[in-house]
Write a protein that binds this ligand. Structure first.
Ligand code: TEU
Length: 561
């Protein structure tokens, strides 16, 4: 087993525009983050992943970069960034940057040049094609609805954008372009950043010849993820990036790779591969909808058996060979407590149960801002309150297709990325203490009850439970490196597993629902001494030794010896 600091770390993700506003313009900023470093240090996390803060027109909240070397003025200045880095490091906190290498903004000077004429030297920095019979060059559907192709009048050709039309895809077969990216990455590393999250990295290679996807129903566009996700050449490109740039620095890397299972993930994260340290997988994110991308709007019900199967496969397949990145929420997903827990009747209990899950699996845990206080989906009723380009595109396309409005809004309320993007709730004061002005997106009205201030004062809060869990993870190496073993695989309500490292065994019991199931203590563990390390309920004094009745969403972690 190889030890590494990033395996022992707990990562906290910041969506900067919604974290903390220091100047009253309604948008979060770097000085806002600096003012909360002590809060994060106190929580116990080690690494802060900051979503893109580069110069950007903000069509996709920063995932459309127009200058990789500059800070978006609405977040602050490069001096602010340097100070953030310095202040973080002074607290032994690491900073992980979010780098978007699959595409840029359509306002990036490269693209402005590229589109200016068909023989511009930067033309091939992007992917241009002629139309076919007056139609799109192929039938691929964009992640954000509609075609991946946008017609550009000036040269009469189409450019490819897997995301919004303001995010043209870079052409990774262009050596010059790739070299420019290397230089830029090295520049940030020389500044002293501690790692990267590589956005949408699975998509930097597209199938040769850009063939049409199967389309039995002859639709104008169809989901074609397999033609631009996790293709073989991605690995060559990542190995080269490592050899030529990353290898020289002690950093952590995580790639965002939708559409793969654990065996395929090992091609990215296998110890011998020298590509990425870990990847964000999406299998558990597709449990309650048919897929990511446009499929995520089509909800279906999920079972715990499926979740256990997926997570267990990742836990065991990567064991001793690679490393997991564990998350239930981020800036692209609804709030976990609303999705996998119960935000009405058991918000506190279920948020703690889900936290126990994430912090006791093998792999590096990622906490998304607000999870530590159990923030919930905002589920705004009016489309006018939404800001996210994916949501707005879906709304527009669905209307064009004639879907009933209540159906569209129900999907948006459950699935919209804006559910996770409402301002961080710091206190019960003006705009939840996020801004002195008017926030760019509405605050979730439950801020009077759900906020950091209240959570810090309440020793039984979700926040204090997180602190304790994070500290436990630091204390018990078995929680970091121990082998995962699923118990009671067929139990439909309980998720039970052990983590074992040498003589040390940790037992985790999670009740995923509001039922009160009884659990027989696993026979092979009955002779061991039990020490309850943490639980989200008070211990029951007169409990029978080999049979326990669980409360709704109860979580218990024992050390057995
Ligand atoms: O998301 C990429 C990604 O895989 C998405 O397709 C994800 O499945 C989607 O948001 C849900 O349908 C990354 C960023 O995390 C996201 O915020 C950006 O909008 C996107 O890349 C484009 O840069």
């Amino acid at each position: 087993m190889l030890e590494a600091w990033w395996k022992e770390a707990v990562v906290y993700e910041i969506y900067p525009v919604s974290f903390k506003d220091s100047n009253g313009d309604g948008k979060g900023d770097l000085r806002g983050i600096i003012s909360k470093l002590d809060y994060l240090k106190d929580l116990g996390v080690n690494v802060i992943w900051i979503c893109p803060i580069y110069e950007s027109p903000g069509m996709d909240n920063g995932y459309d970069i127009s200058n990789y070397y500059a800070i978006n003025p609405s977040f602050g200045t490069m001096e602010d960034f340097d100070e953030l880095l310095k202040e973080a490091h002074a607290r032994d906190l690491k900073i992980m940057m979010d780098l978007v290498l699959n595409h840029t903004s359509d306002k990036h000077p490269w693209f402005m040049e590229s589109r200016s004429s068909a023989d511009n030297p930067k033309r091939n920095y992007y992917i241009w094609r002629k139309g076919v019979n007056g139609l799109f060059p192929n039938n691929w559907e964009s992640y954000f609805s509609g075609s991946v192709w946008e017609f550009d009048e000036r040269t009469g050709e189409y450019y490819m954008h897997l995301y919004s039309k303001h995010q043209p895809d870079l052409n990774w077969t262009n050596e010059e372009m790739v070299k420019e990216l290397y230089d830029m990455i090295r520049w940030w590393l020389e500044k002293g950043v501690d790692g990267f999250r590589f956005d949408a990295i699975a998509h930097i290679v597209k199938a040769k010849g850009l063939p049409n996807a199967d389309n039995p129903q002859h639709l104008p566009v169809v989901r074609a993820y397999q033609l631009f996700s996790n293709l073989e050449n991605v690995h060559d490109l990542l190995r080269r990036l490592n050899d030529e740039v990353l290898m020289d620095y002690d950093i952590m890397t995580v790639g965002e790779t939708s559409g793969l299972g654990p065996e395929q993930a090992l091609q990215y994260v296998g110890d011998q591969r020298h590509e990425l340290d870990m990847v964000f997988q999406f299998e558990h994110m597709t449990l309650d909808s048919v897929s990511t991308g446009t499929g995520r709007w089509e909800a279906r019900s999920w079972t715990l058996l499926e979740l256990k199967k997926i997570m267990s496969r990742w836990q065991t397949t990567l064991h001793n060979q690679g490393w997991n990145a564990n998350y239930l929420g981020n800036h692209d997903q609804p709030r976990p407590v609303s999705r996998f827990g119960n935000d009405r009747q058991f918000r506190v209990e279920s948020a703690k149960m889900l936290a126990t899950f994430m912090l006791t699996l093998q792999g590096t845990p990622y906490i998304y801002q607000g999870e530590e206080i159990g923030m919930t989906n905002a589920a705004f009723e009016n489309i006018g309150d939404y800001r996210d380009v994916e949501t707005l595109n879906y709304y527009e396309q669905s209307q064009l297709q004639g879907k009933p409005n209540d159906q569209i809004m129900a999907a948006i309320q459950a699935e919209s990325r804006d559910n996770a993007r409402t301002p961080m709730q710091w206190n019960a004061g003006h705009q939840a203490g996020f801004t002195a002005g008017e926030p760019w997106i509405k605050v979730n009205p439950n801020y009077t009850e759900v906020n950091v201030d209240a959570a810090m004062k309440d020793p039984k809060s979700i926040y204090h439970y997180y602190r304790k869990l994070i500290a436990l993870r630091k204390q018990h190496k078995a929680l970091v490196y121990g082998e995962y073993k699923l118990l009671l695989p067929l139990d439909p309500d309980l998720y039970v597993y052990t983590r074992t490292l040498e003589q040390d065994t940790i037992l985790v019991i999670l009740n995923f629902f509001d039922e009160m199931p009884r659990m027989e203590w696993p026979k092979h563990l009955r002779n061991l001494t039990r020490e309850l390390l943490i639980s989200n309920y008070e211990p029951v004094p007169d409990e029978l030794p080999d049979q326990i009745d669980l409360h709704p969403y109860e979580a218990r972690v024992y050390r057995l010896y």
